[in-house]
Design a protein around this ligand. Sequence first.
Ligand code: CTP
Ligand code: MG
Length: 245
Amino acid sequence: MTLWLIVPAAGRGTRMQADRPKQYLSLEGRSVLARTLERLHLAFPEAVLRLCLDPEDVHFDPDEVPFARWQRVDGGGERADSVRRGLTSLAEEAADDDWVLVHDAARPCVPLADLTALREALEDEAIGALLAAPAADTMKRADARGRVSHTEPRDGLWHALTPQAFRFDLLRQALDAALATGASITDEASAIEAMGLAPRLIHGSRDNLKITRPEDLAMASRILTLQRAGIDIANDTPSDQEIEA
Ligand code: CTP
Ligand code: MG
């Protein structure tokens, strides 16, 4: 059974306000994209990669791809369109029940242990799973004036991270259906949920930051330094804890 990896890296990084898309900013001497691919390759060396890139990308360097088998795919207008194109590109080769892992190019700090935990969870999983972290802050619902309408109960609230892993055919159907409704789909799991299915939550580290705003690059660099020293920051619950959705 082939393990497929889709890495959406076709975004423009508008919130980052840099001179190039954030996946090409330097993180400790190498691009964010190179670091992300390196982590994935460490965990899944045999996987086959589809890398979704902006067709007009002028920054990409194929020497930064560590996988033996990989292919570049044109990304689309939104993240979900890019992932959908990645799926389309493997339709000829993938079996319906092959696992497809989708991981944001902008998450270079995903811990190896989390990638391994996700893969292990798939061994007895029918639907699919995602890395996620329990919400730690008190959650406020805003009103139209920017004041607190009320406090949302935090119990059972999780931050959805990536990778997210689903069976090829199920994910393709789910994304097709979701994109057809015009709903805004920001992760794979929400498309699966819209089909009435419940993906499994795998407790992951909050180290797995998505570089989004300018200050995140320095934070990612700190996380990498602490990871090299063997310290898992910001994790207040055991990382091997797995919760059924
Ligand atoms: N992505 C993509 N295709 C798009 C939009 C996003 O492949 N049309 C990718 C990004 O490159 C990123 C991941 O999806 O790796 C998560 O998206 P996000 O963090 O929103 O990145 P950007 O869209 O680049 O940033 P912004 O929303 O600030 O413009
Ligand atoms: Mg975006």
